[in-house]
Design a binder for this molecule. Sequence first.
Ligand code: FES
Length: 87
Amino acid sequence: MYTLIVFGNASQSIIAQIAISQEELLTDLLTLLQKYHIPIASSCMGEGICKKCILNGGQLACKTNIKDLISSAEGHDLSIKITLDYL
Ligand code: FES
């Protein structure tokens, strides 16, 4: 099981730690963050147009699946960290 760590740049703190289920691995980050009530901007409802759901300094949450981040996780570390500038 993976843990998604949501880090806020503005507060320089961990906002949330979410245990990700196998089912959620196929979910995009926008949907997942909304599910867990983490504030994430969106005015195009995930169409990839508004560019308001940016995280990690440039990735679109609505176009990034959790499983896409796993390949970039290092070694056997089962935690995935994302950064939101405004939190
Ligand atoms: S929600 Fe609009 S670009 Fe992601």
